[in-house]
Design a protein around this ligand. Structure first.
Ligand code: NAG
Ligand code: NAG
Ligand code: NAG
Ligand code: NAG
Ligand code: NAG
Length: 553
């Protein structure tokens, strides 16, 4: 399984990571594309694309597709500080659309192309909703460009225009404009389906359990690790790790750069935000979430187009906020009530190895339509030594209001904050973490056939969902499971990212692993999985090792 390692680093005892970093460096010379854009006049169409970096460019960046060997491609976009923010945003999008057009085309075909087939009623309502939402945003931007929040919203929209125009320059078939919207709102769609579709949308059950996160304080405060596993549909696994270095102004009248101008995050083709979500930001913050969802239909009445959808609010808060408290108040504005997550905001500025954690090291925020609860939870982190997040609300009011309390009455402790399988696995195993290797081990952990905490009232009597890194493809297609989450599906943990004090401070680096876990389980392989075909551009076999993510900063 590690034959390439043994050949290349026979004498290095330092295990597989190193060799993958080496392989990555060797390969990158072959595949890396570098492009810059310079202006030739003032109009949007007056520009040239240059191969390589040249002086006088407005944006420059590179794309490096290593998906076949590591499961990741890498995109870097840099903006010129002397240009206007609107120009930087638009051309940053255009550059990304140009560099990643092929993956955008494939991702669209793998995940979105059939989204509205046979859903005329819902999709009609959805397009009216999105149109009104865009009108609302454009109108408000016109009135409030001096407001930092709305100024950043406007830049997101500029970047999206650029992305679409950049893609259109490619040889790939056109994607309808609304498709570019769908990419930005894949998380929100789940709630829009429920709110606008009257419960009739074809996949109401795909209120998916998604993501595991762990923030771990090492003994004697030696380090603080932040780890995140995205859970999702396997069809979406065409991955891009992105760096946006976009020195936007704070507002139309304040040319000072935002504190969060540089963001490194795991992402996907066509998406201008992470979606996972896992961001490392130049402000010193790491922001991440796991999805709680909303199971209370009575809250749908608060979902309307006079808000800002979740991914945009996330990017805006990431850019503006310099601490957890400020992040929470920015993010809470114009709450759409869609993509209802438990957010965690870690402030690495409050941490010094070997010293007591400062106050405001960790903020938690939970959203529902019409309500948001947020709080400095550093004391919890200090007293427990960790904070774990696994799709169940932490705050009592959110737990009640979201419908989780009812689900717990009906289905038991799977739906409680203290009693769910992952709550117990994290609690049992977190103090075995002594270094990065053991942290990654827990983030990739899934021993569902043997771990008593993975057991369920099912036939067979366990579920691969009940683990830190789910592998629901390994559940029995003919099994019986008390509710949808536990059953067989092509869904599970699809990556892992872990950062530490040192990696964070070393240019927003991290360790990343693409694909479902194969730590205690066989690797996932499309051709033997029972799935009808191999999604476009996907490797067949997902057996990737950790790589080090680092950037040219
Ligand atoms: C860019 O400008 C620098 C400094 O003026 C110069 O040394 C360099 O050769 C220029 N590079 C290109 C590609 O024109
Ligand atoms: C940024 O823009 C300025 C002004 O147009 C230009 O002199 C400079 O070369 C640009 N920087 C890069 C890296 O292209
Ligand atoms: C749409 O409905 C038709 C007729 O019921 C069915 O044959 C087709 O597979 C459906 N398409 C999708 C994408 O669900
Ligand atoms: C957070 O940032 C805001 C804005 O810069 C500042 O007013 C506030 O005092 C900061 N809070 C803490 C706890 O540092
Ligand atoms: C599931 O049951 C069907 C019908 O009995 C059978 O044809 C199929 O082989 C079973 N699949 C597995 C993976 O056991």
């Amino acid at each position: 399984m590690h034959h390439r390692c043994t050949v290349i680093t026979m004498k290095l005892m330092l295990c597989k990571w190193i060799c993958f970093v080496l392989l990555y460096t060797v390969n990158s010379a072959v595949t890396k594309q570098v492009i810059s854009i310079s202006k030739t006049g003032v109009g949007r169409n007056e520009y040239v694309l240059n191969h390589g970096e040249v002086n006088d460019s407005i944006v420059w960046g590179s794309f490096d597709d290593q998906i076949a060997s590591t499961g990741w491609s890498h995109l870097e976009i840099h903006g010129n500080k002397t240009a206007t923010s609107h120009d930087v945003a638009y051309y940053a999008g255009l550059l990304e659309g140009t560099l990643t057009a092929e993956l955008i085309d494939k991702q669209y075909r793998n995940t979105l192309i059939g989204y509205c087939s046979n859903e005329t009623d819902y999709c009609g309502k959805l397009s009216v909703f999105l149109e009104r939402n865009l009108q609302f945003m454009s109108r408000t931007i016109g009135q409030m460009e001096d407001d930092p929040f709305w100024f950043q919203v406007s830049l997101y929209l500029d970047q999206l225009d650029g992305l679409r125009d950049g893609y259109k320059l490619s040889k790939f078939p056109s994607i309808p404009d609304v498709g570019f919207w769908y990419f930005q709102i894949t998380g929100d769609l789940e709630d829009l389906e429920a709110a606008l579709g009257n419960g009739n949308v074809k996949q109401p059950a795909v209120k998916s359990d998604s993501c595991s996160a762990l923030i771990k304080v090492l003994p004697n405060n030696e380090d603080l690790y932040v780890g995140h596993d995205t859970w999702g549909e396997y069809q979406a696994m065409l991955r891009i790790y992105k760096l946006y270095d976009l020195p936007y102004a704070t507002s139309a009248s304040n040319s000072e750069s935002v504190v969060g101008s540089i963001q490194a995050f795991s992402s996907y083709p066509g998406q201008l935000y992470s979606g996972d979500d896992f961001y490392e930001i130049s402000s010193g913050l790491v922001t991440l979430e796991t999805t709680n969802g909303n199971y209370n239909d009575e809250l749908f009445q608060y979902i309307n187009p006079h808000h800002v959808l979740e991914g945009i609010r996330t990017m805006v808060a990431n850019r503006i906020a310099s601490n957890g408290s400020e992040w929470c108040s920015q993010f809470s504005q114009y709450n759409s009530g869609t993509y209802n997550n438990q957010w965690m905001v870690v402030d690495y500025k409050q941490i010094k190895p070997g010293e007591e954690l400062g106050s405001d090291t960790l903020w938690a925020l939970e959203q529902l339509p019409d309500s948001i609860h947020h709080k400095d939870v550093t004391d919890v982190l200090k007293s427990q030594g960790y904070w774990a997040s696994y799709n169940i609300p932490y705050f009592d009011d959110i737990f009640e209001k979201s419908g989780f309390a009812k689900l717990a009455d009906q289905f038991g402790s799977f739906f409680t904050h203290a009693g769910s399988p992952r709550a117990k696995i994290f609690a049992r195993d977190q103090d075995k973490i002594t270094d990065l290797k053991s942290m990654i081990h827990l983030m990739r952990y899934n021993d569902f056939k043997h771990d008593p905490l993975s057991a369920c009232n099912c036939t067979p009597p366990y579920s691969a969902e009940n683990a830190v890194c789910a592998r629901s493809d390994l559940n029995d297609v003919n099994g019986t499971y008390p509710f949808f989450f536990l059953s067989h599906r092509f869904h599970g943990g699809i990556d892992t990212k872990v950062t530490s004090y040192e990696m964070f401070h070393n240019k927003l680096g991290c360790i990343a692993i693409s694909g479902p876990t194969h730590q205690q389980q066989p690797p996932f392989q499309w051709s033997t999985s029972g799935y009808s075909n191999i999604p476009d551009g996907h490797p067949d076999l997902w057996q990737f090792e950790p790589i080090k993510i680092s950037w040219n900063l």
